[in-house]
Write a protein that binds this ligand. Sequence first.
Ligand code: FCB
Length: 447
Amino acid sequence: MSTRARFPDDFRWGVATAAYQIEGATTEDGRGESIWDRFSHTPGRVLGGDTGDVACDHYHRWRDDVALMAELGVGAYRFSIAWPRVLPEGRGRVNPQGLGFYDRLVDALLEAGIRPFPTLYHWDLPQVLEDAGGWPARATAEAFAEYASAVASRLGDRVTDWFTINEPWVVTQLGYVLGLHAPGRAEPAVGPAVAHHLLVAHGLAVERIRAACPRARVGIVLNLDPMEPRSLHPADVAEARLHDASMNRWYLDPISGRDYPREVTELLEWDRREVRPGDMEIIATPIDRLGVNYYRRQVVAAASVTDEQRPLPWTQAGPRFTEMGWEVYPPGLYDLLRRLHCEYDFAEYLITENGAAFPDPAPVGGRVSDPERVAYLRAHLLAVHRAIGDGVPVGGYFVWSLLDNFEWAFGYSKRFGIVHVDFADQTRTWKDSAAWYRDVATNGSVS
Ligand code: FCB
Protein backbone atom coordinates (compact mmCIF):
# COMPACT_ATOMS: atom_id res chain seq x y z
CA MET A 1 0.00 0.00 0.00
CA SER A 2 1.46 3.36 -0.91
CA THR A 3 1.43 6.05 1.72
CA ARG A 4 1.25 9.74 1.02
CA ALA A 5 2.97 12.05 3.45
CA ARG A 6 1.86 15.64 3.12
CA PHE A 7 4.19 18.31 4.54
CA PRO A 8 3.10 21.65 6.02
CA ASP A 9 2.34 24.31 3.37
CA ASP A 10 5.18 26.54 4.51
CA PHE A 11 7.76 23.74 4.54
CA ARG A 12 10.86 24.78 2.59
CA TRP A 13 12.09 22.45 -0.10
CA GLY A 14 15.68 23.13 -0.99
CA VAL A 15 18.98 21.95 -2.38
CA ALA A 16 22.45 22.62 -0.98
CA THR A 17 25.98 23.20 -2.28
CA ALA A 18 29.21 24.80 -1.01
CA ALA A 19 31.52 27.33 -2.67
CA TYR A 20 34.75 25.37 -3.00
CA GLN A 21 32.88 22.26 -4.12
CA ILE A 22 31.21 23.87 -7.14
CA GLU A 23 32.54 27.32 -8.05
CA GLY A 24 35.95 26.80 -9.66
CA ALA A 25 37.50 30.08 -10.93
CA THR A 26 39.83 30.02 -7.96
CA THR A 27 42.13 32.75 -9.25
CA GLU A 28 39.55 34.97 -10.92
CA ASP A 29 38.35 38.46 -10.11
CA GLY A 30 40.76 39.01 -7.26
CA ARG A 31 39.92 35.90 -5.21
CA GLY A 32 42.56 35.09 -2.62
CA GLU A 33 43.98 31.64 -1.98
CA SER A 34 42.05 29.37 0.39
CA ILE A 35 43.36 26.51 2.50
CA TRP A 36 41.59 24.12 0.13
CA ASP A 37 43.52 25.49 -2.86
CA ARG A 38 46.78 24.92 -1.02
CA PHE A 39 45.73 21.51 0.31
CA SER A 40 44.36 20.13 -2.94
CA HIS A 41 47.49 21.25 -4.80
CA THR A 42 49.69 19.42 -2.32
CA PRO A 43 50.48 15.99 -3.79
CA GLY A 44 48.91 13.07 -1.98
CA ARG A 45 46.24 15.05 -0.14
CA VAL A 46 43.22 14.57 -2.41
CA LEU A 47 42.33 11.35 -4.17
CA GLY A 48 43.50 11.35 -7.79
CA GLY A 49 45.16 14.75 -7.34
CA ASP A 50 41.79 16.44 -7.92
CA THR A 51 41.40 20.13 -7.10
CA GLY A 52 38.55 22.65 -7.02
CA ASP A 53 40.18 24.77 -9.76
CA VAL A 54 37.26 24.17 -12.12
CA ALA A 55 34.82 22.00 -10.13
CA CYS A 56 31.33 22.57 -11.61
CA ASP A 57 32.41 25.90 -13.12
CA HIS A 58 29.49 27.39 -11.27
CA TYR A 59 31.25 30.77 -11.07
CA HIS A 60 30.59 31.08 -14.80
CA ARG A 61 27.45 28.95 -15.10
CA TRP A 62 25.52 30.28 -12.12
CA ARG A 63 22.70 31.66 -14.25
CA ASP A 64 22.10 28.24 -15.78
CA ASP A 65 22.31 26.64 -12.35
CA VAL A 66 19.69 29.03 -10.97
CA ALA A 67 17.48 28.16 -13.96
CA LEU A 68 18.07 24.48 -13.19
CA MET A 69 16.86 25.01 -9.63
CA ALA A 70 13.82 26.86 -10.88
CA GLU A 71 13.00 23.89 -13.13
CA LEU A 72 13.44 21.62 -10.13
CA GLY A 73 10.73 23.59 -8.39
CA VAL A 74 12.74 24.18 -5.22
CA GLY A 75 11.94 27.24 -3.14
CA ALA A 76 15.22 27.46 -1.21
CA TYR A 77 18.93 27.24 -1.95
CA ARG A 78 21.66 26.75 0.63
CA PHE A 79 25.02 27.80 -0.78
CA SER A 80 28.18 29.10 0.82
CA ILE A 81 30.13 32.30 0.40
CA ALA A 82 33.87 32.03 -0.23
CA TRP A 83 35.63 34.16 2.38
CA PRO A 84 38.76 34.55 0.16
CA ARG A 85 36.63 35.98 -2.66
CA VAL A 86 35.20 38.64 -0.38
CA LEU A 87 38.33 39.37 1.69
CA PRO A 88 41.36 38.12 -0.25
CA GLU A 89 43.65 39.08 2.63
CA GLY A 90 41.32 37.51 5.18
CA ARG A 91 40.42 40.84 6.75
CA GLY A 92 40.46 44.51 5.86
CA ARG A 93 40.00 45.28 2.18
CA VAL A 94 36.75 44.06 0.64
CA ASN A 95 37.05 42.81 -2.93
CA PRO A 96 34.05 44.33 -4.73
CA GLN A 97 34.12 41.75 -7.52
CA GLY A 98 33.99 38.89 -5.04
CA LEU A 99 31.04 40.31 -3.16
CA GLY A 100 29.46 41.33 -6.48
CA PHE A 101 29.26 37.68 -7.52
CA TYR A 102 27.09 36.79 -4.54
CA ASP A 103 25.09 39.97 -4.92
CA ARG A 104 24.09 38.99 -8.45
CA LEU A 105 23.45 35.40 -7.42
CA VAL A 106 21.08 36.54 -4.66
CA ASP A 107 19.18 38.80 -7.06
CA ALA A 108 18.83 36.00 -9.60
CA LEU A 109 17.60 33.58 -6.94
CA LEU A 110 15.00 36.02 -5.64
CA GLU A 111 13.86 36.74 -9.17
CA ALA A 112 13.38 33.00 -9.69
CA GLY A 113 11.38 32.74 -6.45
CA ILE A 114 14.15 30.85 -4.65
CA ARG A 115 15.01 31.93 -1.14
CA PRO A 116 18.77 32.23 -0.45
CA PHE A 117 20.21 30.51 2.65
CA PRO A 118 23.91 31.44 2.61
CA THR A 119 26.47 29.81 4.90
CA LEU A 120 29.43 32.05 5.69
CA TYR A 121 32.01 29.36 6.39
CA HIS A 122 32.01 26.07 4.55
CA TRP A 123 35.70 25.31 5.17
CA ASP A 124 37.53 27.60 2.73
CA LEU A 125 39.59 29.71 5.14
CA PRO A 126 41.79 32.34 3.46
CA GLN A 127 45.29 30.86 3.37
CA VAL A 128 46.78 34.06 4.80
CA LEU A 129 44.76 33.52 7.98
CA GLU A 130 45.97 29.94 8.24
CA ASP A 131 49.53 31.22 7.82
CA ALA A 132 48.86 33.59 10.71
CA GLY A 133 47.80 30.68 12.96
CA GLY A 134 44.47 29.43 11.57
CA TRP A 135 41.62 28.37 13.85
CA PRO A 136 43.89 27.58 16.82
CA ALA A 137 44.38 31.37 16.96
CA ARG A 138 41.66 33.56 18.43
CA ALA A 139 42.34 36.28 15.85
CA THR A 140 40.71 34.04 13.21
CA ALA A 141 37.41 34.22 15.11
CA GLU A 142 37.65 38.01 15.22
CA ALA A 143 38.43 38.12 11.50
CA PHE A 144 35.37 35.95 10.86
CA ALA A 145 33.16 38.47 12.66
CA GLU A 146 34.46 41.26 10.42
CA TYR A 147 33.87 39.13 7.35
CA ALA A 148 30.31 38.35 8.54
CA SER A 149 29.68 42.07 8.93
CA ALA A 150 30.96 42.87 5.45
CA VAL A 151 28.75 40.25 3.82
CA ALA A 152 25.63 40.95 5.88
CA SER A 153 25.89 44.70 5.27
CA ARG A 154 25.88 44.11 1.54
CA LEU A 155 23.31 41.32 1.24
CA GLY A 156 21.24 41.86 4.39
CA ASP A 157 18.67 44.04 2.63
CA ARG A 158 17.61 40.96 0.63
CA VAL A 159 18.89 37.93 2.53
CA THR A 160 17.19 37.12 5.83
CA ASP A 161 18.28 33.50 6.35
CA TRP A 162 21.88 33.03 7.45
CA PHE A 163 24.11 30.24 8.64
CA THR A 164 27.44 31.00 10.25
CA ILE A 165 29.61 27.88 10.24
CA ASN A 166 29.22 24.49 8.64
CA GLU A 167 30.11 21.44 10.70
CA PRO A 168 32.65 22.71 13.24
CA TRP A 169 33.31 19.09 14.26
CA VAL A 170 34.61 18.30 10.78
CA VAL A 171 36.77 21.43 10.69
CA THR A 172 38.28 20.51 14.05
CA GLN A 173 38.70 16.76 13.67
CA LEU A 174 39.45 16.33 9.99
CA GLY A 175 41.24 19.65 9.46
CA TYR A 176 43.36 20.01 12.60
CA VAL A 177 43.31 16.81 14.66
CA LEU A 178 43.61 14.16 11.94
CA GLY A 179 44.86 16.30 9.04
CA LEU A 180 42.64 14.60 6.45
CA HIS A 181 41.11 17.91 5.33
CA ALA A 182 42.65 21.34 4.80
CA PRO A 183 44.79 22.68 6.35
CA GLY A 184 46.05 19.13 6.89
CA ARG A 185 47.41 19.60 10.39
CA ALA A 186 47.54 16.44 12.49
CA GLU A 187 47.85 18.18 15.86
CA PRO A 188 45.43 16.69 18.38
CA ALA A 189 46.57 19.13 21.05
CA VAL A 190 44.97 22.10 19.23
CA GLY A 191 41.56 20.42 18.89
CA PRO A 192 39.80 22.16 21.81
CA ALA A 193 41.19 25.57 20.81
CA VAL A 194 39.99 25.13 17.23
CA ALA A 195 36.52 24.05 18.33
CA HIS A 196 36.27 26.86 20.86
CA HIS A 197 37.34 29.53 18.38
CA LEU A 198 34.90 28.24 15.77
CA LEU A 199 32.10 28.58 18.30
CA VAL A 200 33.24 32.03 19.42
CA ALA A 201 33.38 33.00 15.73
CA HIS A 202 29.82 31.76 15.37
CA GLY A 203 28.56 33.74 18.36
CA LEU A 204 30.30 36.94 17.31
CA ALA A 205 28.93 36.57 13.79
CA VAL A 206 25.35 36.10 15.02
CA GLU A 207 25.57 39.51 16.67
CA ARG A 208 27.18 41.13 13.63
CA ILE A 209 24.64 39.68 11.21
CA ARG A 210 21.74 40.91 13.38
CA ALA A 211 23.34 44.35 13.64
CA ALA A 212 23.52 44.59 9.85
CA CYS A 213 20.18 42.91 9.20
CA PRO A 214 17.64 43.22 12.02
CA ARG A 215 15.21 40.82 10.30
CA ALA A 216 17.85 38.12 10.06
CA ARG A 217 17.16 34.55 11.10
CA VAL A 218 20.51 33.08 12.01
CA GLY A 219 21.73 29.59 12.79
CA ILE A 220 24.71 27.25 12.82
CA VAL A 221 24.97 23.96 10.94
CA LEU A 222 26.04 20.85 12.87
CA ASN A 223 26.67 17.34 11.61
CA LEU A 224 25.06 15.08 14.17
CA ASP A 225 25.50 11.30 14.24
CA PRO A 226 23.33 9.32 16.66
CA MET A 227 25.58 6.93 18.61
CA GLU A 228 24.15 3.49 19.24
CA PRO A 229 25.97 1.14 21.60
CA ARG A 230 26.82 -2.23 20.08
CA SER A 231 25.20 -3.87 23.10
CA LEU A 232 24.00 -2.88 26.54
CA HIS A 233 27.27 -4.01 28.07
CA PRO A 234 28.20 -1.10 30.35
CA ALA A 235 31.47 -0.53 28.50
CA ASP A 236 29.69 -0.23 25.12
CA VAL A 237 27.13 2.13 26.62
CA ALA A 238 29.84 4.29 28.18
CA GLU A 239 31.77 4.42 24.92
CA ALA A 240 28.67 5.45 22.95
CA ARG A 241 27.98 8.20 25.49
CA LEU A 242 31.52 9.46 25.18
CA HIS A 243 31.32 9.53 21.38
CA ASP A 244 28.05 11.42 21.64
CA ALA A 245 29.59 13.91 24.05
CA SER A 246 32.66 14.56 21.94
CA MET A 247 30.97 14.80 18.56
CA ASN A 248 27.43 16.02 19.21
CA ARG A 249 27.17 17.56 22.68
CA TRP A 250 30.50 19.34 22.39
CA TYR A 251 28.71 21.75 20.03
CA LEU A 252 25.06 21.42 21.03
CA ASP A 253 25.64 22.08 24.71
CA PRO A 254 27.58 25.36 24.58
CA ILE A 255 25.34 26.92 21.91
CA SER A 256 22.43 26.08 24.24
CA GLY A 257 24.00 27.83 27.21
CA ARG A 258 25.52 24.76 28.85
CA ASP A 259 29.18 24.12 29.34
CA TYR A 260 31.40 21.82 27.29
CA PRO A 261 30.75 18.20 28.34
CA ARG A 262 33.02 17.63 31.30
CA GLU A 263 33.85 14.01 30.46
CA VAL A 264 35.45 15.24 27.22
CA THR A 265 37.37 18.19 28.63
CA GLU A 266 38.75 15.82 31.29
CA LEU A 267 39.65 13.15 28.77
CA LEU A 268 41.47 15.70 26.61
CA GLU A 269 43.02 17.27 29.70
CA TRP A 270 42.08 20.65 28.29
CA ASP A 271 43.01 23.44 30.69
CA ARG A 272 40.54 25.86 29.03
CA ARG A 273 43.17 28.51 28.65
CA GLU A 274 41.46 29.76 25.45
CA VAL A 275 38.16 30.41 27.21
CA ARG A 276 38.04 34.09 28.07
CA PRO A 277 35.50 35.65 30.41
CA GLY A 278 32.27 36.16 28.47
CA ASP A 279 33.07 33.58 25.80
CA MET A 280 30.43 31.07 26.87
CA GLU A 281 27.80 33.84 26.75
CA ILE A 282 28.94 34.84 23.24
CA ILE A 283 28.70 31.21 22.11
CA ALA A 284 25.24 30.92 23.62
CA THR A 285 23.86 33.98 21.82
CA PRO A 286 20.34 32.73 21.01
CA ILE A 287 19.90 31.47 17.46
CA ASP A 288 16.71 31.32 15.44
CA ARG A 289 17.19 27.80 14.16
CA LEU A 290 19.57 24.88 14.12
CA GLY A 291 20.83 23.46 10.82
CA VAL A 292 21.05 19.67 11.02
CA ASN A 293 23.20 17.68 8.61
CA TYR A 294 22.29 14.02 8.85
CA TYR A 295 23.88 11.21 6.88
CA ARG A 296 24.20 8.16 9.15
CA ARG A 297 24.27 6.68 12.61
CA GLN A 298 27.29 5.12 14.26
CA VAL A 299 27.27 1.83 16.11
CA VAL A 300 29.85 2.15 18.87
CA ALA A 301 31.68 -0.75 20.49
CA ALA A 302 34.13 -0.55 23.39
CA ALA A 303 37.55 -1.91 22.43
CA SER A 304 37.91 -3.54 25.82
CA VAL A 305 34.95 -5.90 25.36
CA THR A 306 34.82 -9.10 23.32
CA ASP A 307 31.67 -10.30 21.59
CA GLU A 308 31.49 -13.25 24.03
CA GLN A 309 31.14 -10.75 26.87
CA ARG A 310 28.33 -8.81 25.20
CA PRO A 311 24.75 -9.49 26.25
CA LEU A 312 22.21 -10.01 23.47
CA PRO A 313 20.79 -8.33 21.52
CA TRP A 314 23.63 -6.75 19.57
CA THR A 315 23.11 -3.82 17.30
CA GLN A 316 24.49 -4.53 13.87
CA ALA A 317 25.01 -1.72 11.33
CA GLY A 318 23.54 -2.26 7.88
CA PRO A 319 22.59 -4.02 5.73
CA ARG A 320 22.81 -1.01 3.39
CA PHE A 321 25.72 1.41 3.12
CA THR A 322 26.42 4.29 0.74
CA GLU A 323 29.55 4.57 -1.39
CA MET A 324 31.11 6.56 1.48
CA GLY A 325 30.71 3.47 3.67
CA TRP A 326 28.04 5.24 5.70
CA GLU A 327 25.16 3.16 7.00
CA VAL A 328 21.79 3.96 5.47
CA TYR A 329 19.66 4.44 8.59
CA PRO A 330 16.64 6.72 8.16
CA PRO A 331 15.16 6.06 11.64
CA GLY A 332 18.26 7.79 13.03
CA LEU A 333 17.02 11.09 11.64
CA TYR A 334 13.65 10.68 13.35
CA ASP A 335 15.33 9.72 16.64
CA LEU A 336 17.76 12.61 16.36
CA LEU A 337 15.05 15.22 15.76
CA ARG A 338 13.01 13.97 18.69
CA ARG A 339 16.05 13.97 20.91
CA LEU A 340 17.02 17.52 19.91
CA HIS A 341 13.49 18.69 20.61
CA CYS A 342 13.36 16.99 24.01
CA GLU A 343 16.84 17.83 25.27
CA TYR A 344 17.45 21.26 23.77
CA ASP A 345 15.45 24.35 23.16
CA PHE A 346 15.85 25.34 19.53
CA ALA A 347 12.92 27.19 18.02
CA GLU A 348 13.24 25.50 14.66
CA TYR A 349 15.24 22.86 12.80
CA LEU A 350 16.17 22.82 9.16
CA ILE A 351 17.65 19.69 7.63
CA THR A 352 20.48 21.55 5.95
CA GLU A 353 22.05 18.45 4.38
CA ASN A 354 20.92 14.92 3.69
CA GLY A 355 21.79 12.78 0.71
CA ALA A 356 23.98 9.98 -0.54
CA ALA A 357 26.80 9.01 -2.88
CA PHE A 358 26.22 5.87 -4.90
CA PRO A 359 28.14 4.58 -7.92
CA ASP A 360 25.74 6.00 -10.51
CA PRO A 361 25.78 4.72 -14.06
CA ALA A 362 26.77 7.12 -16.85
CA PRO A 363 23.95 9.08 -18.47
CA VAL A 364 22.02 7.16 -21.10
CA GLY A 365 19.65 8.99 -23.43
CA GLY A 366 19.74 12.13 -21.30
CA ARG A 367 18.98 10.49 -17.97
CA VAL A 368 20.71 8.77 -15.10
CA SER A 369 19.02 5.95 -13.23
CA ASP A 370 19.69 6.23 -9.47
CA PRO A 371 17.01 4.22 -7.65
CA GLU A 372 19.11 3.85 -4.49
CA ARG A 373 19.33 7.63 -4.08
CA VAL A 374 15.58 8.00 -4.60
CA ALA A 375 14.98 5.36 -1.94
CA TYR A 376 17.44 7.06 0.41
CA LEU A 377 15.87 10.51 0.06
CA ARG A 378 12.36 9.16 0.29
CA ALA A 379 13.00 7.19 3.48
CA HIS A 380 14.70 10.15 5.15
CA LEU A 381 11.92 12.52 4.19
CA LEU A 382 9.39 10.12 5.68
CA ALA A 383 11.45 10.17 8.89
CA VAL A 384 11.28 13.98 8.88
CA HIS A 385 7.55 13.85 8.24
CA ARG A 386 7.06 11.53 11.18
CA ALA A 387 9.04 13.86 13.46
CA ILE A 388 6.92 16.82 12.33
CA GLY A 389 3.81 14.76 13.04
CA ASP A 390 5.08 14.22 16.60
CA GLY A 391 5.45 17.98 17.02
CA VAL A 392 9.13 18.66 16.25
CA PRO A 393 9.33 22.06 14.49
CA VAL A 394 11.21 21.12 11.31
CA GLY A 395 10.83 23.92 8.79
CA GLY A 396 12.62 22.63 5.72
CA TYR A 397 14.88 20.15 4.00
CA PHE A 398 17.86 20.66 1.69
CA VAL A 399 19.14 17.78 -0.42
CA TRP A 400 22.89 17.37 -0.52
CA SER A 401 23.54 18.05 -3.28
CA LEU A 402 22.18 19.90 -6.29
CA LEU A 403 25.17 18.83 -8.39
CA ASP A 404 27.86 16.18 -8.36
CA ASN A 405 30.84 18.12 -7.06
CA PHE A 406 34.29 18.17 -5.45
CA GLU A 407 33.84 15.87 -2.47
CA TRP A 408 36.78 17.16 -0.44
CA ALA A 409 39.54 14.56 0.12
CA PHE A 410 37.65 12.18 -2.22
CA GLY A 411 37.87 14.61 -5.14
CA TYR A 412 35.37 13.89 -7.89
CA SER A 413 35.17 10.17 -7.08
CA LYS A 414 31.99 10.46 -4.99
CA ARG A 415 28.82 11.74 -6.61
CA PHE A 416 26.18 13.19 -4.28
CA GLY A 417 24.25 15.21 -6.86
CA ILE A 418 20.65 14.76 -7.90
CA VAL A 419 21.95 16.29 -11.12
CA HIS A 420 24.86 14.52 -12.83
CA VAL A 421 27.84 16.62 -13.92
CA ASP A 422 30.16 15.53 -16.73
CA PHE A 423 33.40 17.08 -15.51
CA ALA A 424 34.94 16.93 -19.00
CA ASP A 425 32.40 19.25 -20.62
CA GLN A 426 30.25 20.47 -17.69
CA THR A 427 27.03 18.98 -19.06
CA ARG A 428 24.33 18.74 -16.40
CA THR A 429 21.98 15.73 -16.69
CA TRP A 430 19.04 15.09 -14.41
CA LYS A 431 19.21 11.91 -12.43
CA ASP A 432 15.91 10.17 -11.70
CA SER A 433 16.23 11.51 -8.16
CA ALA A 434 16.02 15.07 -9.53
CA ALA A 435 12.77 14.33 -11.33
CA TRP A 436 11.48 12.58 -8.22
CA TYR A 437 12.46 15.52 -6.00
CA ARG A 438 10.81 17.99 -8.37
CA ASP A 439 7.52 16.15 -7.87
CA VAL A 440 8.01 16.14 -4.11
CA ALA A 441 8.88 19.84 -3.96
CA THR A 442 6.07 20.79 -6.29
CA ASN A 443 3.38 18.75 -4.56
CA GLY A 444 4.67 19.22 -1.02
CA SER A 445 4.26 15.53 -0.37
CA VAL A 446 6.12 12.24 -0.56
CA SER A 447 4.41 9.15 -1.82
C1 FCB B 1 29.24 17.18 4.67
C2 FCB B 1 29.73 18.48 4.07
C3 FCB B 1 29.36 18.66 2.63
C4 FCB B 1 29.47 17.37 1.85
C5 FCB B 1 28.78 16.23 2.56
C6 FCB B 1 28.82 14.92 1.83
O1 FCB B 1 30.05 16.84 5.76
O2 FCB B 1 29.19 19.56 4.77
O3 FCB B 1 30.16 19.67 2.09
O4 FCB B 1 30.78 17.09 1.56
O5 FCB B 1 29.31 16.06 3.84
